[in-house]
Design a protein around this ligand. Structure first.
Ligand code: ADP
Ligand code: ADP
Length: 238
């Protein structure tokens, strides 16, 4: 019943062992921070969880799907169940905030093959609701590129929720934000995990954010897991 089950994962790029025997299990409803310096293997590990990277050896199971072997239709189906949040938000700047959130529904349903996308009323209502949740309903009809970085990341989270994911992967979601916006985004991820019972795996290079906002910290160094602790235990040590 694990959401993520990784064992003996090895991934090399030339001479670099980006993942060097990683074992990691994540249960439903957990919020896990992956921390470690640049180059420690955080994003390579995250890329294995949605099939963007394939292991050289070892096993990676996500939502019951074996990602060492999944291909084609099976891989696409898995990706629709996994929501992504990126460091650079990846919104479409010339579209409105609402349109950006609505594109999240395309991650859920098969892409329309012909013609112009029209959005069902129910999707529009859901998108507005998600925008309300992230505190940006009043910005729905503005262009996405008119928003601040922190606001854009909250829109990206609303878009991700639109997909109704079962697992959320966030790769350095606050690395390009000021401290106040970063705290707002972490608070949002925390609440999503708690209120929606969503499982979240989030890479962070600042341990203080991990301690403040997550329940479990997994430390990586040179592609190895060097720490795996409940946040509460680490907090007491400080
Ligand atoms: P982090 O996310 O912790 O910064 P990465 O997973 O990006 O770490 O990188 C881990 C190591 O693997 C680094 O040495 C990086 O240069 C290398 N690496 C990652 N992806 C590639 C790639 N596509 N090609 C070559 N080397 C890579
Ligand atoms: P981060 O450190 O924020 O995780 P990187 O700058 O290491 O990100 O990597 C960004 C992208 O570049 C990733 O897709 C990664 O696979 C790729 N990459 C990282 N290191 C290398 C490398 N040495 N050679 C080729 N591609 C790399």
């Amino acid at each position: 019943n694990h959401i993520v089950e990784i064992d003996s994962l090895v991934k090399t790029y030339g001479e670099t062992r980006a993942c060097d025997g990683v074992a990691l299990t994540v249960n439903a409803g957990e919020l896990v921070a992956l921390v470690g310096p640049s180059g420690s293997g955080k994003s390579t590990l995250l890329r294995h969880l949605n099939g963007l990277a394939r292991p050289d050896s070892g096993s990676v199971r996500v939502l019951g799907v074996d990602l060492a072997t999944a291909r084609g239709r099976g891989l696409r189906a898995l990706r629709r169940r996994v929501g992504m949040v990126f460091q650079q938000f990846n919104l479409i700047g010339r579209l409105t905030v609402l349109e950006n959130v609505l594109t999240g529904a395309l991650g859920r349903d098969p892409l329309p093959r012909y013609g112009i996308v029209t959005w069902p009323k129910a999707d529009r209502a859901a998108a507005i609701e998600h925008l309300d949740r992230v505190g940006l309903a009043d910005r729905a009809y503005q262009r996405a590129d008119s928003l601040s970085g922190g606001q854009q990341q909250r829109v990206a989270i609303a878009r991700m929720l639109m997909q109704r994911p079962e697992l959320v992967l966030a790769d350095e979601p606050v690395a390009s934000l000021d401290p106040e916006s970063a705290a707002q985004v972490m608070d949002l991820l925390f609440r999503i995990c708690l209120e929606d019972r969503l499982t979240v795996v989030c890479s962070l290079h600042q341990i203080d954010l991990a301690l403040a906002w997550t329940r479990r910290v997994v430390g990586l160094r040179d592609g190895r897991v060097v720490l795996d602790q409940p946040t509460a235990a680490l907090d007491q040590e400080r």
